[in-house]
Design a protein around this ligand. Structure first.
Ligand SMILES: C[S@@+](CC[C@H](N)C(=O)[O-])C[C@H]1O[C@@H](n2cnc3c(N)ncnc32)[C@H](O)[C@@H]1O
Length: 230
């Protein structure tokens, strides 16, 4: 029989080698009864597992309100938001044509990123996104420039994903959604700790400083920050 000290040494070495290669293995929430099986979660385990856990919190606490994502692109994250909440309305905001030059100008002037309005993220469509949805009847697409597309939206929200990469849409997204966030609701801001898109972090810091709001950074692939409302 292999002794415990040999096994511990093996685990210690395996941990060191995999960490050096940036390979992280973890048990997959196997201590709870999971309702969703995210086939894609291996690509960004922390991001998707966090969404799943927040959906359980919202459901257990019966937090009311709709869902939204600003920055949808091909709908890869939006489809899992949709799957986690079979009974909630989901607003999807995107130009579906990439960044808008009004946002890019501020980005370049402040050296936040090298974003370009020359059709980055434009290879998508509303039809492509809708075809991925598990409950398409719950989805309301708001195509065009945010915040203009939000003018007629008066819902409250229990979970919002802001993934528009740039300072202006992230700041405008926080300004629009935070006052509409249900108590106990969540806003996930993608790219908070992503040096490629520094506008996201700057927008979160400016907004949260102005309104004295706290947030939690999580170690997913793009360094999401999470705001909740007391
Ligand atoms: C990184 S992609 C979103 C990725 C997606 N959330 C995912 O996880 O697969 C960023 C998206 O934000 C959108 N976007 C950026 N600024 C916007 C604005 N002001 N209004 C509408 N859409 C915007 C872009 O068109 C692009 O599709």
């Amino acid at each position: 029989m292999i002794s415990t000290s040999i096994l511990n040494s093996f685990n210690f070495l395996a941990d060191k080698i995999s960490a050096k290669r940036k390979i992280f293995l973890t048990t997959s929430l196997n201590y709870i009864d999971r309702k969703h099986d995210f086939a894609c979660s291996g690509f960004d385990y922390v991001r998707y597992a966090t969404l799943e856990l927040l959906s359980y919190e919202i459901s257990e606490k019966k937090i009311g309100g709709s869902l939204a994502e600003l920055g949808v692109y091909k709908g890869e994250f939006a489809k899992w938001i949709n799957k986690c909440f079979p009974d909630k309305k989901l607003f999807l905001f995107d130009t579906f044509d990439g960044f808008d030059e009004r946002d890019v100008a501020n980005e370049i002037n402040n050296d936040f990123s090298k974003a370009s309005s020359k059709k980055e993220f434009s290879n998508t469509s509303v039809n492509e996104v809708m075809a991925k949805m598990f409950y398409p009847e719950n989805v309301i697409v708001k195509q065009g420039f945010f915040p203009e597309t939000a003018r007629d939206v008066n819902d409250t929200f229990c979970l919002v994903s802001l993934d528009a990469d740039l300072y202006d849409p992230i700041y405008n997204g926080l300004s629009f959604f935070y006052p509409k966030l249900s108590h106990g609701g969540y806003i996930l801001i993608h790219d908070y700790n992503n040096d490629t898109y520094k506008g996201s972090k700057n927008a979160v810091i400016d907004f949260c400083k102005k309104y004295e709001i706290n947030f939690i950074p999580i170690p997913d692939t793009a360094g999401t920050a999470i705001i909740t409302r007391p």
